[in-house]
Design a protein around this ligand. Structure first.
Ligand code: FE
Ligand code: FE
Ligand code: ZN
Length: 282
């Protein structure tokens, strides 16, 4: 089975997420556990943690159906030591919040060399940062999101994701998330069955499907290879409905959160329903 649902709002607290996901018929969902645009957030209170766990049960969500997204400020690939160490500390905090909530999948943007170092140098820095984070946490898997390859950000090529995993010591706690909009913008054409097959074969050869831990389902406002990260509702962008059907019918994406990050919230219910239908029997 596939766990399908949007990245939901948590206004009022993370414990509101299961009800929000349930209201659009989701079988899984994505969340932030803190304000994604701030460095500091108050620790999760015990009553919030308890309410979250209670609501997960109440609305019938298993922890493995949830993919947490980290703060946008974190960059564990920053070559500046002070800035990187702030990011490492923030990521450790994110992982501990997941632990407290009983969640195990934490999606991050791999990182950026901020135009100061090349991709291969940044790959090594990211991997060493991950080793430090994994060393200080328990049970949480860091999920590296494939990116659109914008600027000096790492993750627009499958080789870069594989290069990070290569240096990570605890390989059981590192994974990858394919974001359809991102890989399309990075130049991977998944629109037709033939292209889809060869892109996924390439992913399997370079990264390996054993590392797949999440899927971000977004159509793209931006063009193939544009390196622009602009999400669109499913079927309304340059990727089109066909790719999403192929994904939903693909057993290699079973058992992981498939999270919509699409712009039109009013359409989430319909998108979830459509994707669930495509995934029937899976
Ligand atoms: Fe993301
Ligand atoms: Fe994403
Ligand atoms: Zn994106």
């Amino acid at each position: 089975m596939k766990y399908i649902g949007p990245h939901v709002h948590t206004a009022g607290g993370v414990h509101a997420a299961p009800a929000n996901a349930s209201s659009v018929g989701a079988t899984g969902f994505g969340i932030f556990t803190k304000n994604q645009r701030q460095w500091n957030s108050r620790p999760l209170e015990t009553n919030v943690i308890d309410a979250f766990k209670k609501n997960m049960e109440l609305y019938g969500y298993e922890p493995k159906a949830v993919l947490v997204h980290d703060s946008y400020l974190i960059n564990i690939g920053n070559p500046d030591n002070d800035k990187r160490s702030r990011s490492i500390d923030a990521l450790i905090d994110e992982a501990k919040r997941c632990e407290a909530l009983g969640l195990a999948l934490l999606n991050i943007h791999p990182g950026s060399g901020v135009n100061a170092i090349d991709a291969s140098g940044c790959v090594a820095i990211i991997a060493e940062s991950l080793n430090a984070v994994l060393d200080k946490t328990n049970g949480v898997t860091i999920v590296l999101e494939a990116t659109a390859g914008q600027g000096s950000g790492v993750g627009g090529r499958f080789e870069e994701l594989a290069g990070i995993i290569d240096i990570v010591e605890d390989k059981a706690r590192v994974g990858v998330c394919i974001d359809t909009c991102h890989i399309f913008a990075a130049g991977y054409d998944i629109r037709e069955a033939e292209g889809y097959s060869s892109v996924m074969a390439e992913f399997d050869r370079i990264v390996g499907f054993k590392y797949i831990r999440g899927l971000h389902l977004n159509d793209a406002k931006s063009a193939l290879g544009s390196r622009l990260d602009r999400h669109e509702s499913i079927g309304k962008g340059h990727i089109g409905i066909g790719a999403f059907k192929l994904l939903m019918e693909d057993a290699r994406f079973d058992g992981i959160p498939c999270v919509l990050e699409t712009p039109n919230e009013e359409g989430w219910g319909e998108e979830v329903e459509m994707l669930k239908k495509m995934a029937i029997g899976r």
